[in-house]
Design a protein around this ligand. Structure first.
Ligand code: NAI
Length: 288
């Protein structure tokens, strides 16, 4: 195998991101092994993917046969053994350094030495993660965006240790699964979250200072900056706890007061007003 043809794909974690990544890769024709800890988690992932593919069939983007073939390309498992023959394993498990580092250690023992180990982390330093692998040069970030089947970008994050061959192979794979790769060096929040979260945070400061209503702040950014969605609605969609986590990563990482989380953001999270998923954030979201 040359580094440029990554074909057999493994995905670890079948949650919000993992099932979308598995579906996207399988839809593009790649054989996928999808692993999670329990059959219940895998069943949920299967149902989510079935629903997502059914919507594509309804929109006539896909035939019934193509949808069935896509699902058939995904092998589900609760153990890591089937990762042994994978060219690349993409990890999308809980956002905790020690848990991700432990998985990398296990994969070192299971995977071929030339297999690529990618992480979908949204905030953990890839350089720190790579240091947890016996072969740090093969570790790289593949940061997909939610919902994966819809969002075009994959931020490719090069750890300090990542080799050129691995970065090139992962860039080629990203094109091959129908996404658009953009490469960045490892840094706190990478690029998209570093730009996005402070804007949401600043919009929350505007609410905190009583400058305007959340509705008006959002409509100003839609009408004046041509953003498809206002920053407060976007914060509610992402989850205000997630936004706070990103701000804390930037604040602690850069040690710079310009990233200080808004006091109101902290209060919203303490109150459980996390946005859409909680039914309440800067807007109310009655249960459907
Ligand atoms: P999730 O909670 O929906 O899914 C995580 C899945 O991983 C669960 O099904 C869980 O059972 C499984 N899991 C946990 N530990 C495991 C282990 N040791 N082995 C195998 N499976 C394990 O989480 P989500 O939202 O999909 O996030 C996953 C990763 O993607 C995190 O690193 C997160 O920061 C990142 N991310 C999340 C985005 C989002 O919008 N949700 C966007 C971009 C990145």
């Amino acid at each position: 195998m040359t580094m440029t043809d990554l074909r057999n794909i493994g995905v670890i974690g079948a949650g919000t991101m993992g099932n979308g990544i598995a579906q996207t890769c399988a839809l593009a024709g790649f054989p996928v092994v999808l692993q999670d800890l329990s059959d219940a988690a895998l069943d949920r992932a299967r149902k989510t993917m079935e629903g997502s593919l059914a919507r594509l069939v309804k929109k006539a983007t896909l035939t019934e046969a193509q949808a069935a073939d896509t699902l058939a390309r995904i092998t589900m498992t609760t153990t890591l053994d089937l990762m042994a023959d994978r060219d690349i394993v993409i990890e999308a498990i809980v956002e905790k350094l020690e848990v991700k580092a432990a998985i990398l250690g296990k994969l070192d023992a299971i995977c071929r030495a030339d297999a690529v180990l990618a992480s979908n982390t949204s905030s953990i330093s890839l350089t720190q993660l790579a240091a947890a692998s016996a072969h740090p040069g093969r570790v790289i970030g593949m940061h997909f965006f939610n919902p994966v089947p819809v969002m075009q970008l994959v931020e490719i994050i090069r750890a300090l240790q990542t080799t050129d061959a691995v970065a090139e192979a992962v860039t080629a794979l990203t094109h091959a699964i129908g996404k658009t790769p953009r490469v960045s060096k490892d840094s706190y929040g990478f690029i998209v979250n570093r730009l996005l979260a402070p804007q949401i945070n600043e919009a929350i400061n505007c609410v905190y200072e009583g400058l305007a209503t959340p509705e008006d702040i959002d409509s100003m950014m839609k009408l004046g900056a041509n953003h498809p969605m206002g920053p407060l609605a976007l914060g509610d969609l992402i989850g205000l706890d997630v936004v706070l986590n990103i701000m804390e990563t930037l604040y602690d990482g850069f040690d710079d007061p310009k990233y200080r989380p808004s006091p109101l953001l902290k209060q919203m999270v303490s109150a459980g007003y996390l946005g859409r998923k909680a039914g309440k954030g800067f807007a109310e979201y009655p249960a459907a």
